[in-house]
Design a protein around this ligand. Structure first.
Ligand SMILES: [Zn+2]
Length: 391
């Protein structure tokens, strides 16, 4: 191994020196100063041509360190968009007879990623499928890439099939498999196949008991079938599992509570989730419920108080809508609070944007902190739809 490593290193340095000499010769024609070049990966990539690549690939044997370097080169080529050359590199390595099984599997994985990047999804899929029989880190990565590939293609049934063939392991996979099953359940729900929907939701719950989504699907189904109590039970279970589920359920949840006239239940839910998640639609729904129960004044007072604590555009709009709808005259103290809320909303908005990378900033900079370009920052103007009112 030592000997072959030495031979490779010498060859690599030899080829790299060839590039360097050629590069320097070409440069010297243009300018006379001499530069001490260190052959970095970027330099090799910039100067590498197909001949040089062939020379690199024609070494007699490749050890572990050399393989790492080749794979790094391949990844860099791929990231630079030179997918065909990355494929050529990995195919040549894959065809070698001196690499052991693990090394070949590493190459196979890179080749599969190349194929996926080149849009050759069938080839990528075939390679990744064979890698599912491997062990350790390669298996973890291969299963992740294969699931990602199927997710991109919307092949949810394929993910479930792999799971049911017991070819997907690991808790990270379980979460994704459960989401794939939920996709199938939503599809069954759209097709009004209610028993199938229920069966798939139960399966998703079994695969990943922490996933809120099957509960949301079951709740939506109950809601559509005019079973508001069952819908509320399932929605609350979903939110208990993951507070973020609120963003998917709030409209139906509010309707379900209203259908069974459970105003205090609705109030408790909205108050809790506004405080917990700062999800503004919960605040707006709570305000509307208050206006219905106690009248517009307490509703406005509540909304002003909350917005003063947590100013947001959406909340501010809801306040203005209430004022307009009920033709209210605000008191001077309320107007001052309103002014302070709006002032803080405006202060928190970005004022400048980089025309090169889209980075938004509060302060103008000559050099973009994100893409490091000079003189690219200009005023940020939010694109908003044209006015519909004549004034
Ligand atoms: Zn930028």
């Amino acid at each position: 191994m030592m000997e072959s490593g030495l031979v490779f290193t010498l060859l690599f340095v030899g080829v790299a020196s060839g590039w360097i000499l050629g590069y320097r010769y070409a440069k010297q024609k243009r300018r006379k100063e001499t530069v001490n070049y260190v052959p970095s990966m970027e330099f090799l990539l910039a100067e590498a041509n197909d001949n040089a690549l062939e020379q690199l690939l024609n070494v007699r044997s490749i050890n572990q360190d050399a393989l790492d370097l080749y794979l790094k080169l391949g990844r860099t080529l791929r990231d630079k968009g030179e997918v065909e050359r990355a494929i050529h590199l990995h195919q040549s390595l894959f065809a070698r007879t001196d690499l052991d099984k693990i090394a070949l599997q590493r190459v196979e994985l890179e080749l599969a990623i190349d194929y996926a990047r080149a849009g050759l999804n069938d080839r990528a899929e075939n390679l990744l499928q064979t890698l599912l029989d491997s062990k350790g880190a390669i298996y973890d990565q291969a299963s992740l890439y294969l699931i990602e590939l199927y997710e991109e293609e919307g092949e949810w049934q394929n993910i479930l099939d792999l799971y049911q063939q017991k070819r997907l392991q690991g808790t990270r996979n379980q979460h994704r498999v459960a989401h794939a099953v939920c996709q199938l359940a939503e599809c069954a729900h759209r097709n009004k196949a209610y028993l199938e929907t229920q069966k798939l939701c139960r399966l998703a719950q079994k695969i990943d008991s922490h996933n809120a989504r099957p509960w949301v699907i079951l709740a939506d189904m109950a809601f559509q079938q005019n079973e508001p109590r069952e819908a509320i039970r399932c929605y609350l279970r979903a939110i208990e599992l993951n507070a973020n589920a609120t963003v998917h359920v709030i409209d139906n949840m509010v309707s379900a509570f209203q259908q069974i006239h459970d105003i205090s239940g609705l109030d408790t839910y909205l108050e809790k989730h506004w405080k917990q998640s700062q999800f503004v639609p919960a605040l707006v729904a709570k305000t509307h419920a208050l206006v219905e129960q106690q009248g517009v004044e307490p509703g406005i007072q509540y909304l002003l108080r909350e917005l003063y604590q947590y100013p947001t555009n959406v909340g501010f709009l809801a306040l203005v809508e209430l004022v307009v709808k009920h033709r209210l005259q605000l008191e001077k103290s309320q107007l001052l609070v309103l002014y302070d809320i709006l002032r803080r909303i405006v202060a928190s908005e970005p004022k400048f944007v980089c025309n090169h990378c889209g980075f938004k900033a509060q302060e103008p900079e000559w050099r973009c902190p994100s893409c490091k370009s000079w003189s690219t920052m200009g005023p940020f103007v939010a694109t908003t739809p044209k006015a519909t009112l004549d004034i």
